[in-house]
Design a protein around this ligand. Structure first.
Ligand code: NAP
Length: 532
């Protein structure tokens, strides 16, 4: 066993004082202090931390904890899926394999003796958050954003039902969030059955012009050789015909504001415009018009200027229609998803906008003009931002879609001050700050949250001792005992490696990076569980 549930460190060198108080400091962090007992008095050997979610935020938190605490910590990192890495596996585009290399770093963290991975454990089903908190000194929530912002417009939902069966019968298109589409092409088990059939879709409207929208556009428009060698899910690759078997001929990137306010970054935009064989242009020439304020913004911000230049250049270079067209629909706010007689998507109605500095602090907002256009399409992807889901027993800010926190310390209420922190509970990543930033942003974020854990160490150890006696909470040993008792099929790192090797071998046989398993049941079978 890696960690005895009641293992303690006997202090031979505590700094006793006549006032009867001693403390342990490690790496400059006050780990423990208490009323001085006999020379043989003992303190918990380790701080037991449980992280919920094994995406980039979770693994960077592991990294920071190990660096801060050395041997005086044990970290259990949980995932609801049998697979680790969260957004890196299910979010990063398959043609961005370099970005996925960060999993090498995460894998070495997971094999560290101070760390245990527990996959296929769903908090709320297999174990409650209150139980996790009772078993550990600290719990860090890092389960990301698994839902979506809504447009809130007519036609966004299926007119009669949202069941997959009916959406399927409506010709392969429909309205999906970009997260659903990204999960679908990345083989996330929850999205494998989405009724998307690109062989029946000629035109797609993507609402929003952030980097996720560009990922979706690349997948829809690129020639097949871009994705065939990658780990794009086989069901997405298999669709008949060319590029992903799709009939897609045009993609409309619908942005409610102008090119200067586009949320995407120049590197990703250039990749779409230069590497994917598309002919790109604005849907109407005046969509490149910019105000004086925009011109000033471009002068001040190189990234904004670069995005504008890329769109202008594409406009100048375009030579009529091509096999695959990309249309920038700037200054167009979606107001309704239009449905055909059978309920299937027929188009999206947009209102032309002007951008004015009417937002808080003079920020540029889109103001409707009362003039409307229709973009014909069979598939609408809402790429307007992810949203986190609440966890029973933990405060949640529904408006912002995050867990309320102060620098990573979870608050008991949405609007609260530091005195109402939920002791021992922390948050990191998109769940903490909202769905922004690249994978590396989570490193800085994790540093901030772990700094709070470190500052609270004294109190955490004291609380653990008060409840559990001098040995403190049982941590991993207690958690695995509980899960075993409940019959949970826990995928530890050894079992995940069986699945990992299986996927890589299957991919190699097909000349691909990896052939992903997309069904949890099959994943567990490959992980060595009997599925009787
Ligand atoms: P995002 O960058 O926040 O973009 C959201 C887009 O949705 C914006 O164009 C926004 O327009 C629009 N939008 C929001 N609400 C809307 C509404 N009600 N109606 C119409 N449009 C609306 O979000 P994202 O693309 O999901 O990306 C999330 C984060 O992941 C970003 O930080 C992104 O850079 C990162 N990411 C990075 C990469 C990469 O580096 N390769 C890849 C994927 C994602 P307004 O600006 O007008 O609000």
């Amino acid at each position: 066993m890696r960690l005895a549930s009641r293992s303690v460190l006997t202090l031979g060198s505590c700094s006793r004082c006549t006032a009867g108080v001693y403390s342990i400091e490690w790496n400059g962090i006050r780990l423990w202090s208490a009323a001085c007992g006999p020379a043989t008095s003992s303190v918990p050997e380790k701080l037991h931390v449980c992280i919920v979610g094994s995406g980039p935020a979770g693994f960077y938190t592991v990294d920071r904890l190990l660096k801060r605490y050395g041997d005086r910590v044990h970290v259990s990192i949980l995932d609801r899926l049998p697979t680790p890495f969260g957004l890196v596996r299910s979010g990063v585009a398959p043609d961005h394999q370099d970005t996925k290399n960060v999993t090498n770093q995460f894998s070495s963290l997971a094999t560290d003796p101070r760390v245990s991975f527990l996959g296929n454990v769903l908090v709320g089903r297999d174990v409650d958050i209150s139980e996790l908190r009772a078993l550990h000194h600290a719990v860090v929530l890092a389960y990301g954003a698994e839902s979506d912002r809504r447009l809130g417009i007519p036609g966004e939902d299926d007119p009669t039902t949202s069941t997959s069966a009916l959406r399927w019968s409506r010709g392969g298109g429909g309205v999906f969030s970009a997260r659903e589409f990204v999960w679908w092409y990345n083989g996330h088990p929850d999205a494998r059955h989405l009724p998307i059939d690109l062989s029946k879709v000629r035109s797609v409207a993507i609402c929003g012009i952030g980097n996720v929208a560009l990922d979706c556009a690349r997948v829809l428009l690129s020639p097949p050789d871009r994705f065939t060698p990658t780990d794009l899910a086989a069901h997405a690759l298999r669709q008949s015909g060319s590029p992903l078997g799709s009939a897609v001929r045009e993609v409309h990137l619908v942005a409610r504001r102008g090119p200067v306010q586009a949320a995407c970054t120049p590197k990703e935009l250039k990749e779409l415009l230069t590497e994917c064989g598309v002919s790109a242009r604005t849907a109407a020439p005046d969509q490149l018009t910019v105000s004086e304020a925009d011109a000033a913004e471009m002068k001040a911000t190189r990234l904004k200027r670069r995005v504008y230049e890329l769109v202008s250049k594409a406009q100048q270079q375009q030579q009529g229609r091509s096999r695959r067209d990309l249309f920038f629909q700037f200054y167009r706010n979606p107001v309704e998803v239009l449905r055909g007689p059978d309920g299937g998507v027929a188009g999206i109605r947009v209102e032309r906008t002007v951008v004015r500095p009417d937002g808080p602090g003079g920020t540029a907002v889109a103001v409707g003009s009362g003039v409307y256009d229709t973009i014909e399409c069979q598939l609408v992807l809402k790429s307007i931002g992810y949203k986190s889901l609440p966890l029973h027993g933990v405060a949640f800010d529904n408006r912002r879609g995050v867990i309320p926190n102060l620098e990573g310390r979870v608050l008991k209420q949405v609007r609260a001050c530091v005195s109402t922190c939920d002791e021992g509970l922390y948050v990191v990543g998109w769940l903490k700050r909202g769905p922004t930033g690249i994978i590396g942003t989570n490193l800085v974020d994790a540093e901030e949250t772990v700094a709070c854990v470190a500052a609270d160490t004294d109190a955490l150890l004291r609380a653990g001792e008060k409840t559990h006696g001098s040995a403190g909470p049982p941590g991993l040993a207690g958690l695995t005992a509980l899960l075993r008792q409940r019959g949970v099929r826990v995928v530890d790192w050894r079992r995940w490696r069986l699945l990992d090797e299986h996927e890589v071998a299957a991919g190699r046989a097909a000349g691909r990076v990896r052939e992903k398993e997309t069904e949890v049941k099959e994943m567990l079978r490959v992980c060595g569980f009997s599925m009787e």
